[in-house]
Design a protein around this ligand. Structure first.
Ligand code: 5BU
Length: 261
């Protein structure tokens, strides 16, 4: 098997600015941890992000679960991203035709393209969704992740569907920066582009589930399956001490990465 590339090597191959910035941040902070700060209180979200900021390479948001949103909140978030040096990934999971996602990405109440560095999309509609998102994001140095797999039980994103995401990614090397993946080593063999990032949700130090379909893997096994960035939600924000929990996940993820090189 070809040797696994380091984050530095992937950065050197990256064709997209946001992707390069992600790898450079990971190397600089020794962190492959992305925290999903899925609390409903905007005030609490901002306070927790300020606490755990030093430990993450990327913050994953769900802007539509927050109780308050306005341009000031967006500014607070991007200020925190600058203060702690992390990227912002809005987990919007776009899934419509190209023309509609142009508006969903750039307009509305949330104006997602103004404050996020990375968004993601399903390829259910076909490749026009990538063309639409690219029209908004490429000129602003944004990046797109394709949902190749999901962490939830019974996911239909598998087999030839997952493989189709590789084809769509290969056709858009300037804008598609990688995938949401669970077990990338099992399906990326044919991918030509080794710079692409694999970001993996459903990570927890204790394996198991949540009673609503989530399935957890631990950091070490996720990295061994080919993941680059570990996404942790409840493992951090539901912990008694979110900051020390984030530090623990950062360490576990980084040691797992080093052991794979
Ligand atoms: P958790 O609390 O660590 O289970 O949170 C996982 C987060 O990742 C949460 O924000 C989900 O919406 C998100 N997620 C996921 O769990 N599984 C997926 O396949 C995708 C996103 Br895509």
């Amino acid at each position: 098997a070809p040797k696994r590339l380091s984050y530095e090597e992937k950065a050197a191959l990256a064709k997209n600015e946001a992707l390069k910035r992600l790898y450079n941040t990971m190397v600089a902070k020794k962190s492959n941890l992305s925290v999903a700060m899925d609390v409903n209180s905007t005030e609490k979200m901002l306070a927790l992000v300020d606490e755990i900021g030093p430990h993450i390479c990327c913050l994953k948001t769900h802007v539509d679960v927050l109780d308050v949103w306005n341009d000031g909140v967006a500014k607070s978030l991007t200020d925190l991203a600058e203060k702690h040096n992390f990227l912002i990934f809005e987990d919007r999971k776009f899934a419509d035709i190209g023309n509609t996602v142009v508006s969903q990405y750039s307009g509305g109440v949330y104006k997602i393209s103004e404050w996020s560095d990375i968004v993601n999309a399903h390829i259910v509609p076909g490749p026009g969704i990538v063309d639409g998102l690219k029209q908004v994001g490429l000129g602003q140095n944004k990046g797109l992740l394709l949902l190749a797999e999901m962490s939830s039980a019974g996911t239909m994103a598998k087999g030839s569907y997952t493989e189709e995401t590789v084809r769509v990614a290969d056709e858009n090397p300037d804008f598609v920066i990688g995938f949401i993946s669970v077990n990338p080593n099992s399906w990326t063999k044919k991918s030509k582009d080794r710079s692409l990032v694999h970001m993996t949700p459903g990570i927890k130090l204790q394996k198991g589930g949540d009673g609503l379909g989530q399935q957890y893997n631990d950091p070490k096994s996720a990295i061994a399956r080919g993941s680059d960035v570990l996404i942790v939600g409840r493992g951090v924000y539901k912990a008694e001490d979110p900051k020390s929990s984030a530090a623990e996940y950062q360490k576990a993820g980084w040691e797992a990465y080093l052991s794979e090189l």
